[in-house]
Design a protein around this ligand. Sequence first.
Ligand code: KIV
Length: 263
Amino acid sequence: MAVTVTTFDKMKQAGDKITWLTAYDYSFGHLLDQAGIDAILVGDSLGMTIQGHRTPIPVTIDDSAYHTACVARGVENAMIVGDLPFGSYQVSKEQAYENAVKLMQAGAHVIKLEGGELQNETIEFLTERGIAVCAHIGLTPQSVHKLGGFKVQGRGESAQRLLDDAKGVQAAGACAVVLEAVPRKLAAEITEMLEIATIGIGAGPECDGQVLVLQDMIGIYPSKSPKFSKNFMSQADSVGGAIEQYVAAVKAGEFPAAEHSFN
Ligand code: KIV
């Protein structure tokens, strides 16, 4: 059955873990869908995994739309989340709308964008116009140079800022929020506080769902993978098998373990 934003709400209420992975093409889109993944994020991580850049910053809206369309051709049931890349939504809410339309016309069901409070007006503008929006807070890779690197966010005094961001994006109408590289306790507090689903990546097992970058999860990314990732290929005899193990581990609450989380 097709996964929708209503499915996420029901899963959160029932305590059923939500599984996401990234994919950028038809074949992997199809494989993930067959493995029963709930959502496929056509992330701007494609700048690193597909294009070989060091950050997602060079990715354009045309790149995102192209890869979203490739994935969409392979998917029957999973929700497809399109990612607005750097510079495609920060100028104005109208710019965000125009580019969200491009991703939806390429096959995305939900649009993800980075940022908390600063994006609330944009989230409201898009959702009022019928677009389902997923926010992304914590480590926001498009701001890597401002953050001074790919670092854990929300430690110490900045925790309150993340709590406010989380509340704000929900109030603005977001249907879910990705929490990236956030201390486990803080992510658990945000998950408890929000009605919408939290999808964690390096944010501990208490989040309502988990997402990983596919190339990290099957161990083929040439550079070092982050601490919060796990290579599921090491105990699987096929890529499909590794994806199924990931889905089962997230559903059972076995991934992420303590060693993939931050204090
Ligand atoms: O682009 C991406 O893959 C992402 C995930 C890391 C959440 O935003």
